[in-house]
Ligand binder design. Sequence first.
Ligand SMILES: Cc1cc2nc3c(=O)[nH]c(=O)nc-3n(C[C@H](O)[C@H](O)[C@H](O)COP(=O)(O)OP(=O)(O)OC[C@H]3O[C@@H](n4cnc5c(N)ncnc54)[C@H](O)[C@@H]3O)c2cc1C
Ligand code: HEM
Length: 394
Amino acid sequence: MFSPKTIPLIQATVPLLKARGEEITQHFYRTMLNEHPELKAFFNEAHQAQGTQARALASAVLAYASHIDRLEALAPALPRIIQKHVSLGVQPAHYPIVGDSLLRAIRHVLGEVASDDIMAAWAEAYGSLAQLLIDAEEAVYAQTAAQPGGWRGERTMRVLRKVRESDIITSFYLVPADARPLAPFIAGQYLTLVLNVDGQPLRRNYSLSDAPHQPWYRISVKREQGGTVSNWLHDEVEAGALLQVQPPAGEFTLDAQAQRPLLLVTGGVGITPAMAMLEATAASGRPIRFIHAARHGGAHAFRERVDQLVQAHRNVEAVYIYDEPRAEDRPHAVGRVDRDLLARQMPDDRDVDLYLLGPKPFMQAVYAHGLALGVPAGQLRYEFFGPAEELLAA
Ligand SMILES: Cc1cc2nc3c(=O)[nH]c(=O)nc-3n(C[C@H](O)[C@H](O)[C@H](O)COP(=O)(O)OP(=O)(O)OC[C@H]3O[C@@H](n4cnc5c(N)ncnc54)[C@H](O)[C@@H]3O)c2cc1C
Ligand code: HEM
């Protein structure tokens, strides 16, 4: 697949990339977004500012360089990248732009080490990875469009209802303005809003929070302090408003065939995909524990609906944990989701599917507790409301 010189030349750059990978991607983003401001709409500025997106790209590039002689080892990492790209509408024509900026950043940061041979090897390697992603993304675009109710690119949706779910979370029910059918999704997936807020083009992912086969899509948005889109949605978008929506995507999906006990463990607005998962499985008879951590009752969304499902289905139990309860609150526990609490919700053999989402420290803690308790790593699934980050770092 590669010319014979390429593999050793790429491998020779791995130690340098390890040391300076993030620097390369920082430089890459600066150059690319300066020269191609039209791409700013795709890249979330907050993720740039926090450095999480640069780290995600740096670790992907590094993993690629490290595994250049056995690319099959990268296979598990690809679906997330592909789904993220597809959700945001990344196109084949974007790849040469990214490639040009990335190669220039590599040349810049490596300085004298970046010989013509090394740069040619990187150009070949990038081209090959880009083609792999382009082909895989095209397959997903085509499949999504071909399913009943499916589409490609943007589709105009009307806000059918706006419903307050807590002091800070509000739901928006979206129906297609063309009144044609709506493709089902897999619980855990998210859609993308393509927006223009005060002249600023922006794209944001939002998890689908209702059951997969409703005649609407529901998203539930937390008002983020200083956040552009979430505040705009809360303050400006009412029933009747039209929004541009890209189809559901994402690989944090519920395995609906699995029968082993299901633990949905969420903190804060991380509850949204778990609501879709609960709605999709409550009637299946599968044992389900819905464990949710909120600051207090005022910030706790969907309590009424989850309680209804607990009442209606003997296989569903809920545990609510508040860390700052108000006097009137009645959680099941006060504090955080610790190892003992988690252990009490699992059978002794720990053969459960655990789906996890919340603030990063919450996820790090629950992930570590899950592993320590003996839940198989492959049965611990998680999503990030931003670029993927390292969970075991803690
Ligand atoms: C797969 C996925 C699913 C998601 N699902 C949901 C969901 O169900 N519900 C939900 O509410 N959210 C969800 N999100 C998060 C959502 O996409 C948005 O990131 C969120 O709504 C915040 O967007 P915003 O425009 O309001 O905030 P932004 O304007 O992006 O700002 C976010 C934070 O960063 C700060 N910030 C912004 N720009 C900068 C800067 N330049 N420097 C420093 N700080 C900055 C802001 O003050 C704010 O605190 C999901 C994200 C992903 C990736
Ligand atoms: C070979 C080339 C590429 C690689 C290896 C790559 C890799 C990645 C990785 C690892 C992520 C983080 C995924 C996550 O959320 O965990 C990501 C996200 C992203 N990629 Fe790419 N990518 C490539 C090309 C492109 C191209 C051509 C575009 C077009 C504009 C693009 C746009 C994006 C965007 C917008 C995000 C999300 C950024 C955010 O969260 O703010 N990528 N990519």
